[in-house]
Design a protein around this ligand. Structure first.
Ligand SMILES: [Zn+2]
Ligand SMILES: [Zn+2]
Length: 409
């Protein structure tokens, strides 16, 4: 069991660190052990190493590590994509030749399709323009979404790109450009996830999750049937039928995995990575369901804190207001328009600046549930907006989409 145990332990440790690194900063996991472990790994431990290094080598070790780390973290390079591809292709090389002699033609075809899809979607996620905002594409990206006057207000300019910031866009310090409907920069595709490639990213996660589940279960059933030939009383699921003992059942499984190392190790790799990929897929799908991007979910969290501290204010935004079309083009595509403006002030007092948009008295907003998310049109329309470029809302409906659904956050 030596080789298998080592592979298993390494995969488990790796998956756990990936989980902590990716999920540790999520607002939803604040005040949980995952967030504490993230801080320990990525804040406290580097600080401790830095202070030790300053004392012993004058900081030489950490400065070269940080130069390398900065390059790895803040520049575009395909290292993680290559590692991801190598692991995937190594898995295929171990798995497919070992399992092919033992499965039907239809199952072989399913394996080939399931093995190809993640590669195709990985290529599309990497190669398709995520929605970079350039002088040429600016006017197109400006008309995709309206400003919601809560997270995105017109008139802001990116300090680096020197271009107006379209609604839902964000500057990526790694791509060094603004990205339309920016979700996050993903090292697994060496690109941002944005308006242009969100659909390919979602399909990459789904196809990888489906492949690892199918491969894992198929591998287990083939290995199990091999074992049943040797031990007729053996069952695939935990059972005491073999010599009346779970330990013996587990040790027969161990023997089975060990007797076919290529199939055993690739099956374990598939089974252990599968929950992580399904987790990432459902998290991304949940964001589509709620109509927020990762970037917006962080902005909503900040606004929520401002609301709870009494720093957020709102007032009405008349529908017939005059717009400065130079900074706020009309968005014909989006079926709803903002009805309120929400701002957070630095001193906690009502906004006083003359000429601010909106009319009527400013009132404090105390909770997120009092506020509408303009970009949430309901799950199916949100999904349509991800998958269809320039998605037309409400086609074939009698009632306007705006009436159909105006959901509170
Ligand atoms: Zn920018
Ligand atoms: Zn980026």
């Amino acid at each position: 069991m030596g080789t298998l145990a080592t592979i298993l332990t390494l995969i488990l440790i790796f998956s756990f660190f990936v989980f902590v690194t990716f999920f540790g900063r999520l607002p939803a996991l604040k005040n949980t052990p995952v967030a504490s472990l993230y801080r320990l790994l990525w804040v406290h431990l580097p600080k401790k190493i830095y202070s030790l290094d300053t004392r012993f080598t004058g900081g030489r070790f950490t400065s070269s590590i940080s130069r390398f780390g900065n390059h790895m973290l803040y520049d575009r390079h395909p290292t993680v994509v290559i590692i991801f591809l190598v692991i995937m292709l190594a898995g295929y090389t171990l798995y497919l030749p070992a399992i092919f002699p033992q499965i039907s033609l239809l199952t072989k075809a399913t394996c080939c399709v399931l093995a190809s899809l993640p590669l195709i979607f990985l290529y599309l996620s990497c190669a398709v323009d995520p929605g970079y905002v350039t002088p040429e594409t600016l006017s197109y990206h400006m008309t995709l979404y309206p400003y919601d006057y809560a997270l995105f207000h017109p008139g802001a300019e990116c300090r680096t790109c020197k271009l107006p910031k379209p609604p839902r866009s964000k500057h990526c310090s790694i791509c060094k450009r603004c990205v339309a409907k920016s979700d996050h920069h993903c090292v697994f595709i060496n690109s941002c996830v944005g308006y242009g490639n969100h659909r390919w990213f979602l399909l990459l996660l789904f196809s990888t999750a489906a492949m690892t589940s199918f491969g894992g279960i198929l591998g287990l059933s083939v290995l199990g049937h091999d074992l049943q030939r040797k031990y007729p009383a053996f069952t695939l699921l935990p059972s005491r039928s073999v010599s009346n003992s779970y330990t013996r059942w587990a040790s027969i499984w161990g023997f089975g995995l060990h007797s076919n190392i290529p199939l055993g190790s690739s099956t374990l790799l598939a089974l252990l990575t599968s929950p992580l990929v399904w987790g990432l897929f459902f998290y991304t799908l949940y964001q589509v369901y709620t109509g927020v991007t990762t970037n917006e979910s962080q902005k909503w969290t900040e606004l929520k804190e401002d609301m709870e501290d009494g720093y957020a204010w709102t007032r009405s935004l008349p529908m017939n207001r005059t717009r400065d079309l130079k900074i706020e083009p009309r968005c014909e595509r989006w079926p709803v328009q903002p009805e309120r403006v929400i701002v957070a002030t630095v001193d906690g007092l009502a906004p006083k600046r003359p000429g601010m948009v909106g009319e009527g008295e400013w009132v404090r907003v105390r909770a997120l549930r009092e506020v509408e998310n303009l970009y949430d049109m309901g799950f199916w329309d949100n999904l349509g907006d991800v998958f269809v470029q320039d998605y037309a809302f409400g086609e074939g409906l009698d009632e306007p989409v705006a009436e159909k659904r105006r959901k509170k956050r």
